[in-house]
Design a protein around this ligand. Structure first.
Ligand code: HMG
Ligand code: MG
Length: 310
């Protein structure tokens, strides 16, 4: 259903400050499911990914090759990739923290990986069992080997705005960590508001700290209801890749205050309204999130899924 069906005027053309097209980096199957208390069967994950592809999403972050004891929800990563029927035109990146994860990804025939760094000392320790500095020692050989194998590598930076243990995070610290990942050879940097505390002015300020916005993506969690506003601020700064999760699934098991990601449906509703192309069929996506909510036994937190879902 679009704006017309609910009695709104036709699409308002985007202002010149907005991009004409946005790439949605769908993280529901990874960031979403890693934080569910139930372990979703692999067959359900595969159907979820296929439905997301059929709804027009072209980047589906599929799973993580992390230690299975750290994230048991994604312990089936190898089995998932073995059963995955990859659709043409769709990429299926996976999270990899270290060389052991890379070995597993290579064995599974993966071509796109993402490493994930922390902007703060405490989260580096809690999420990666490393210090802020030693996380780079883990990433450097991982990225070098991945690039030599012809893989594409994305870099995440977590806790870019606030950290539950350390409070506000300085822009210089985030930019410093991010630039090291870019220098290592990451093709794109995704800036994560892991606990969802940022507001739009802070987003503009952080993006302004990087010389080149074209390699940046944004990753907002919606804890304080700011994810959509923050996304709009980022688009106005020139960002054209936005992370979100179908139905607003998500969180991070190593940061309790992290709730779900920006819901892909909420993002698509806003972008449709602004005349910004995403290639996503909103009806199919809402159907998928309603279906997944039934599997998880709880309603989707997405406002748009609740408004349009039956
Ligand atoms: P560690 O305990 O320091 O690992 O954990 P280690 O290197 O000391 O190795 C210990 C044992 O684990 C060894 O086995 C390794 O082989 C094995 P042993 O020799 O004792 O038998 N091992 C592995 N096994 C399978 N796969 C692996 C792996 N690595 C080592 N990849 C480690 C370090 C990084 C592995 C651990 O801390 C970990 O898995 N952390 C992942 C936590 C995680 O996934 N968090 C959520 C994702 S981040 C996020 O959600 C934020 C994001 O969405 C952006 C945002 O919102 O900001 C991306
Ligand atoms: Mg996240």
């Amino acid at each position: 259903m679009g704006a017309r069906e609910v009695g709104l005027p036709d699409v308002v053309p985007s202002s010149r400050e907005l991009p004409s097209r946005v790439t949605i980096w769908e993280v529901g199957a990874r960031d979403g499911l890693q934080n569910e208390s139930v372990v979703v069967p692999v067959a359900v994950k595969l159907e979820f990914l296929d439905r997301l592809a059929s709804a027009g999403l072209s980047v589906l972050e599929a799973t993580s090759f992390v230690h299975p004891k750290w994230v048991p929800q994604l312990a089936d990563a190898a089995e998932l990739l073995d059963g995955l029927v990859q659709r043409p035109g769709v990429t299926y990146p996976v999270l990899v923290p270290n060389e052991r994860g890379l070995d597993r990804a290579l064995e599974a025939g993966v071509q796109h990986i993402a490493i994930f760094a922390s902007a703060t000392e405490t989260f580096a320790s809690r999420n990666l069992n490393r210090t802020l500095e030693s996380q780079f020692e883990m990433f450097e050989p991982t990225v070098a080997r991945a690039l030599a194998a012809g893989m594409d590598v994305r870099g995440y930076v977590s806790m870019c705005f606030g950290d539950p243990w350390e409070g506000a995070v300085s822009r210089a610290q985030v930019v410093g960590v991010g630039e090291r990942l870019l220098e290592m050879g990451c093709s794109q940097l995704s800036l994560g508001d892991t606990i969802g505390v940022a507001t739009p002015g802070q987003v503009e300020a952080l993006l302004g700290g990087f010389g080149d916005v074209s390699r940046l993506a944004v990753h907002f969690h919606d804890t304080y209801g700011q994810a959509l506003s923050n996304t709009l601020a980022a688009l106005r700064c020139g960002v054209t890749t936005v992370d979100s999760s179908a139905g607003g699934l998500g969180g991070c098991p190593y940061a309790e205050s992290a709730t779900g990601n920006l819901a892909t449906e909420d993002l698509v509703w806003m972008l449709d309204g602004l005349g910004v192309e995403t290639g996503v069929d909103l009806d199919k996506l809402v159907e998928t999130s309603v279906w997944m909510a039934e599997r998880l036994g709880r309603p989707s937190p997405s406002r748009v899924v609740r408004a349009l879902g039956k």
